[in-house]
Write a protein that binds this ligand. Structure first.
Ligand code: NAD
Length: 346
């Protein structure tokens, strides 16, 4: 089996994590990562033995590396020429321009949630539509919020056959390493209602009827979702059986909040740091067991999302879908997660 050659375009919050996750697998390898210019992020690429390329093909931008300790192998075009697939981890809204470059290079591409579904006409979440993406040329791994919603709603939908959902996304204002965003002392509602977050689930599972509201709050570590889902008559589920279902669901952690004294996102992230993945990442969606309650046909629950990392393993499964390596999503998830656990010795 040929090893898939993966380019990472944009070695920032998502890009550096995806690079490590690719490096952890035995059926793919990182052939290079891009940086706009020499910066502290290059240090890590060097330590990991990832070749560095410039995000641009402009010789002047490439030359900015000359006076730095970092060896730049060339521009984006040079990297794409030796790759089978590129993971676009550039800041959102650069997709259109970048897609043209990937098409020109004749390689497959995976975008992130900052881009619109319309860019590729296809989106991806491991549990929702792996097979729909099998062999595709280009797709988009949905955002951290949409990935989180899919992880708990898709298994519910698969059981019930229909689902109507209303949810509120309580969003972190900025990532921990981001000094430009806010608010730092306010709660900021998204006034375009419903917000795009919930309906985005329908790009991977159109059968789930879902709407959302969103607010940003002054925290950097997680998003929290407050979810109300209406199940159809005759669903045959109870609060306990839903909890059991999620305990069996890959990349979902269900824990009793009061019993484990893990009642806020701060403790959830402290537990994530204890697990031992780099950057204290939590790839799993965290559901508070004691915050789940089915009343008649209406289900209430809370879940927390580590925004910087839940989409990372999805990118790996997505490579396997596009490159037609593994048709079964559950097999891919198992392979991805076991390899990442071995990589970090956990
Ligand atoms: P980031 O700003 O941390 O990293 C982006 C990187 O791309 C930076 O290193 C930047 O230097 C580089 N870059 C700048 N111009 C570029 C160009 N022209 N071509 C390639 N790279 C360029 O951003 P991020 O948080 O990693 O977000 C990347 C994508 O992932 C966005 O679509 C975002 O919406 C999505 N996403 C982010 C999060 C999150 O919480 N950070 C979660 C899920 C999805």
């Amino acid at each position: 089996m040929a090893i898939v050659k993966v380019a990472i375009n944009g070695y920032g919050t998502i890009g550096k994590r995806v690079a490590d996750a690719v490096d952890a697998q035995d059926d793919m390898e990182v052939v290079g990562v891009t940086k706009t210019g020499p910066s502290f992020g290059c240090e890590m690429a060097v330590r990991k033995n990832f070749d560095i390329y410039c995000t641009s093909d402009d010789p002047e931008m490439i030359r900015t590396f000359d006076s730095s300790p970092f060896d730049c192998r060339g521009g984006l075009r040079d990297l794409l020429a030796i790759s089978d697939v590129v993971i676009d981890c550039s800041p959102g809204k650069m997709g259109k321009e970048n897609l043209e470059k990937y098409v020109e290079a004749g390689i497959k591409s995976i975008f992130q949630g900052g881009e619109k579904h319309s860019l590729t006409g296809l989106s991806y979440t491991s549990c929702a539509n792996h097979s729909e993406n099998f062999g595709a040329e280009s797709t988009r791994v949905v955002s951290c919020n949409t990935t989180g919603l899919s992880r708990t709603l898709v298994p519910l939908y698969e059981h019930c056959g229909s689902l109507k959902v209303e949810c509120t996304m309580i969003r972190r204002a900025a990532d921990p390493g981001d000094s430009k965003k806010g608010p730092i002392n306010a709660i900021k509602p998204v006034l375009k209602v419903p917000s795009h977050h919930g309906p985005d689930v329908m790009t991977v599972k159109p059968e789930i009827e879902i709407n959302s509201l969103a607010v940003a709050v002054p925290t950097t570590i997680m998003h929290l979702h407050a979810i109300i889902a209406d199940l159809p008559e005759g669903h045959g589920l109870s609060t306990e059986s839903i909890i059991e279902m999620w305990k069996e669901t890959p990349r979902v952690i269900v824990m009793n909040g009061e019993g484990n004294r893990i009642t806020t996102t701060a403790e959830v992230m402290e537990m994530a740091r204890d697990i031992g993945r780099k950057w204290g990442d939590l790839h799993e969606i965290f559901v508070w067991e004691d915050g789940v309650r089915l009343v008649g046909n209406r289900l209430y629950y809370f879940q927390a999302i580590h925004q910087e990392s839940d989409v990372i393993p999805e990118n790996i499964d997505c490579i396997r879908a596009l490159m037609e390596i593994e048709e079964n999503w559950e097999n891919s998830v198992k392979k991805t997660d076991e390899a990442i656990a071995r990589y970090y010795n956990i």
